[in-house]
Design a protein around this ligand. Structure first.
Ligand code: MN
Length: 335
């Protein structure tokens, strides 16, 4: 009986340990670069304390606050979106963990990252320039009284949104007024900059743009807004022809006929493949069909000239005519 009790109590404590583990789901993500990597913009001591002490403390406190609640079973994103149902400790520390996990990834020592094509288009459409977007974010960050964050998010209507939140709140939370999916967050708590910048939050905000990881911001943007399709994505044969065309035609414009003399048969084969391909419905009209036929004829003529070792002048003229025909197809595709 005694040993039965012992076994039972062992099982019970084992279950308790397992439950504790299940309810301590969060751990500190590794930094994707070294603590000194963002020098001189963000100093290594600040990075080290910020990551190993501040972020770790949010995680420890979050795991503790989650104990004995159902909230530990939610994803962090789901927890944010229904944060009003949970304790202040979960709000502050869950936000702290989410925000810092995002923050490390949107910084980089790599120079010259820039917003991707679609994101840049959205920035220009809404803010006229990248610099004016940066000023707006800096304004949101510098006018945030006390501790908080400045954000660039994608709102429910697919538009970019600049906002700031207090403490460790973020735009995912149901308690904030300006909601969205954050793609860039800037920590404006003093612990993020005080060692190096002291009271000069503005200097920190100017420096941080030197280390913003636009590749990651763009990646996050495309998690919300799918990449725009290229016009000819559904007609790969025309893209293949275009590649051969531009790699032979552009050198010829500079008097270099070596590429076309060695690749005229490739042009012809690609033109034939194009004529045999299924023209996507949105482009399939008589103009396109006849221009494609013309392209095959033109490629045949060019290939014949090259085989007969015709003069540079004759080949240049024939290639230039073929180039015009190719652009005729592109033009007809917009009808
Ligand atoms: Mn922080």
């Amino acid at each position: 009986m005694k040993s039965m009790n012992y076994i039972l109590s062992t099982i019970i404590s084992l279950c308790f340990v397992l439950t504790m583990k299940a309810q301590s789901p969060y751990s500190l993500p590794a930094l994707p670069y070294s603590y000194s990597a963002l020098e001189p913009n963000i100093d290594s001591t600040t990075m080290w304390i910020h990551h190993t002490k501040h972020h770790q403390a949010y995680i420890n406190n979050l795991n503790q606050a989650l104990q004995g609640t159902e909230a530990g079973n939610l994803s962090l994103n789901d927890l944010m979106s229904q944060i009003s149902k949970h304790s202040v400790a979960i709000r502050n520390n869950g936000g702290g963990h989410y925000n810092h996990s995002l923050f490390w990834t949107v910084l980089t020592p790599n120079k010259n990252t820039k917003p991707g094509k679609d994101l840049m288009e959205a920035i220009l459409a809404q803010y006229t320039s990248l610099d004016s977007l940066k000023s707006l974010i800096n304004k949101a960050a510098s006018t945030r009284f006390g501790s908080g964050w400045a954000w660039l998010s994608v709102s429910a209507d697919g538009k970019l949104l600049v906002s700031s939140t207090a403490n460790q709140d973020n735009p995912l939370m149901d308690v904030v007024t300006e909601k969205g999916i954050p793609i860039l967050g800037i920590d404006v708590w003093e612990h993020a900059y005080y060692l190096k910048y002291q009271n000069k939050r503005g200097d920190y905000l100017n420096a941080i743009w030197n280390v913003v990881n636009w590749d990651e911001v763009t990646r996050r943007y495309h998690e919300v807004i799918p990449k725009k399709k290229g016009k000819f994505d559904e007609w790969p044969e025309i893209k293949t022809f275009h590649k051969s065309m531009s790699e032979t035609f552009h050198p010829s414009e500079e008097g270099n006929l070596t590429p076309v003399r060695s690749r005229s048969n490739e042009l012809l084969q690609n033109a034939i493949a194009l004529s045999k391909s299924k023209i996507p419905t949105q482009f399939n009209n008589k103009g396109v069909q006849s221009a494609v036929k013309k392209l095959v004829d033109g490629s045949k003529a060019l290939d014949k000239l090259v085989k007969n070792k015709a003069s540079d002048k004759a080949i240049t003229q024939s290639l230039s005519k073929l180039h015009d025909t190719f652009h005729l197809i592109v033009e007809e595709c917009s009808h």
